[in-house]
Design a protein around this ligand. Structure first.
Ligand code: C2E
Ligand code: CA
Ligand code: CA
Ligand code: CA
Length: 282
């Protein structure tokens, strides 16, 4: 509960109270967690739908909390955004995953790309472009190995000030992906003015395709989005692919890349070595 004489409904709900306490506890623990190295990254493969080979991976951050165990990003990213810790945390994720991409390049022949999520708070932080350039240079990784994922909702109504750093990164050769596409009600015509080269279709689009035959309306919608995206020269990645039926139908609809449990769950970096090496020898 907040202050004396505060909200009675909140006092009467012990679960809500417990959640608030955890939230508060987690928030105050965030800065030292970063210093102590309690965050780690799992990598989920992205696969070319055409031939099933691995094209790269998305970096997904986790927190190994000393009392609560492994916490998913939904538990702490909003808190980090609220306090501003997302800026150093996001920088750490970028640095660590680019270092990892470099290690993959040394061990596998194919050029594996790394996708990193960017919070809206990082977009408005003035250091974004220079930090990214520095991190790439220090790791000896070229910008084309990096794709930054920004959610559709973060870019809705974005003005030029917000788009400028993304434009500069795109000009350098960094790919920008519009994440969770289809959940943010953005004006499709608006896509043309965004410096994005990849659309990541939200999982909700592909849920109706888990079996044959797919929901015909879902098929039509995805077909329409893919043709629009391709006409704007955007690649289409689908997320949340859990079954072979989904993979088959999405391939037939012309989607370029896929990600989901059907291929692999997010896992340690070694998982990617193994999968990419299997591609190279098959
Ligand atoms: P997202 O960017 O949409 O990431 C995809 C989420 O879907 C991940 O959840 C992933 O584990 C999950 N997923 C992957 N394949 C499947 C599937 O086949 N079925 C289902 N049901 N789920 C699947 P996760 O790892 O819990 O991440 C949640 C969100 O947290 C991410 O959503 C992203 O928005 C955010 N996030 C993760 N890492 C970072 C980060 O380093 N920085 C920022 N700013 N946000 C992050
Ligand atoms: Ca993402
Ligand atoms: Ca997504
Ligand atoms: Ca999503």
């Amino acid at each position: 509960a907040k202050s004396a004489g505060g909200n009675r409904a909140e006092l009467a709900d012990p679960e809500a109270d417990a959640r608030a306490i955890t939230r508060h506890g987690l928030t105050t623990a965030l800065p030292s967690a970063l210093e102590r190295g309690e965050f780690f990254i799992e990598y989920q493969p992205l696969v070319h739908l055409g031939d099933g080979t691995v094209s790269g991976a998305e970096a997904l951050v986790r927190w190994l909390h000393p009392q609560h165990g492994v916490l998913g990003p939904d538990r702490f990213i909003p808190l980090a955004e609220h306090t501003g810790l997302i800026v150093p945390l996001g920088r750490w994720v970028l640095e660590e995953s680019i270092r990892q991409a470099r290690a993959w390049r040394e061990k596998t022949a194919g050029p594996l790309r790394i996708n990193v999520n960017l919070s809206p708070c990082q977009l408005t932080h003035p250091g974004l472009v220079q930090d990214t350039v520095d991190i790439l240079e220090r790791a000896g990784v070229t910008p084309d190995a990096l794709c930054l994922e920004v959610t559709e909702s973060a870019l809705i109504g974005a003005d030029d000030g917000l788009l400028k750093p993304l434009r500069r990164l795109a000009e350098m050769g960094v790919d920008i992906a519009l994440d969770d596409f289809g959940t943010g009600y953005s004006n499709l015509a608006n896509l043309r003015r965004l410096p994005v080269s990849v659309l990541k279709l939200d999982r909700s689009f592909t849920q109706g395709m888990q079996q044959y035959p797919a929901d015909p309306v879902d098929l039509k919608i995805v077909e329409g989005v893919v043709s629009l995206a391709h006409s704007l020269d955007l690649a289409v990645t689908v997320e949340g692919v859990e079954t072979s039926a989904q993979a088959d139908q999405l391939r037939l609809l012309g989607c370029d890349t896929a990600q989901g449990w059907y291929y692999a769950r997010p896992g340690p970096p070694e998982q990617l070595h193994t999968l990419a090496l299997a591609d190279a020898t098959s």
